[in-house]
Unconditional design. Structure first.
Ligand SMILES: [Zn+2]
Ligand SMILES: [Zn+2]
Ligand SMILES: [Zn+2]
Ligand SMILES: [Zn+2]
Length: 288
């Protein structure tokens, strides 16, 4: 880094983080650099955080397994780099030039990966998290701001789950059955209906009762529209009583950020064709 880079510290190259692979806005912390490389006098604002754009984000991934690099990172005598597990898998033979690898650390690259903080891709949906590049998947797989898509046909609205629930209440309330957690309600489902959208009145959480007609009867299950952190957050019961028979299922809803009509796959309630007129008792509970 030369002194020109210091004046560059006022750049603001941030902006909305999109999914394009070409360039990754990252937060670079000068204080993570050795004072030999970047003296204090050269950086009056030592510790100041700047935004930079990496035009080749692939450089942050192991060139062999393409997983994000994190220390220890090794290099062969010709400068090819590899993560520690790839060195083991390649029997310490550089896949590029066959020279030994796994004995010389690439400290410079380790410094780079340890000093980079990346912004969550869901920043535009309200996530303020920044994290080490190699923690990207760990965070983004469970990010509470993962966009969730409106299940109303041909709507296409997507936003964080709270905004989606508000959107649904204000735009599609007439197309949903309202209910409250822990209370049993009755649903009559026409044979032609493929699903029924349910919305919880207090918290706005959206669920969908799936309905498929199969050879042996009618199949029902419940999904939740929300972020992956809602996995195991709810339990539902479906019960159908007809004559002297009571059929019931109690299980957890599948969670989808982008729900699409589908045949119930895992747990579901099957009502035999001989049950003619019936209503389904539905009860959805929050798991505390
Ligand atoms: Zn690797
Ligand atoms: Zn090599
Ligand atoms: Zn996030
Ligand atoms: Zn909508």
């Amino acid at each position: 880094m030369d002194s020109d880079s210091v004046s560059a510290s006022t750049w603001d190259l941030g902006g909305l983080f999109d999914d394009k692979p070409e360039a990754i806005p990252v937060v670079l912390t000068f204080s993570d650099y050795d004072s030999d490389l970047c003296s204090e006098s050269a950086f009056n604002n030592k510790g100041e955080v700047i935004s930079v754009v990496l035009t080749d984000p692939d450089m942050l991934d192991c060139p062999i397994c393409v997983h994000p690099l994190c220390a220890p990172i090794y290099q062969c005598e010709h400068g090819h780099i590899a993560c520690s597990s790839c060195c083991v898998k390649a029997n310490n033979k550089c896949p590029s030039c066959c020279s030994p690898i796994g004995f010389i650390r690439c400290r410079a690259m380790e410094k780079v990966t340890e000093s980079l903080r990346i912004k969550c891709k869901n920043k535009r949906f309200g996530c303020k998290e920044t994290f080490l590049y190699h923690k990207k998947s760990e965070h983004e797989n469970t990010c509470p701001h993962t966009p969730c898509f409106c299940p109303a046909p041909s709507c296409g609205f997507a936003n964080s789950f709270k905004n989606l629930y508000n959107h649904f209440s204000s735009h599609h309330s007439s197309s949903a059955t309202l209910f409250t957690f822990d209370n049993i309600f009755l649903l009559g489902v026409e044979r032609s209906q493929k699903h029924v959208i349910l919305q919880e009145q207090n918290e706005g959480v959206i669920f969908i009762l799936n309905h498929v007609i199969q050879g042996h009867g009618r199949v029902f299950s419940v999904d939740c529209v929300g972020p992956s952190m809602f996995k195991d957050a709810f339990v539902y019961q479906l019960t159908v009583k007809c004559m002297k028979t009571c059929l019931s299922v109690e299980t957890v809803p599948e969670v989808y950020s982008k729900w699409q009509e589908h045949t119930p796959e895992y747990c579901y309630l099957t009502i035999p064709s001989c049950f003619s007129e019936f209503k389904i008792q539905v009860c959805i509970k929050k798991v505390v």
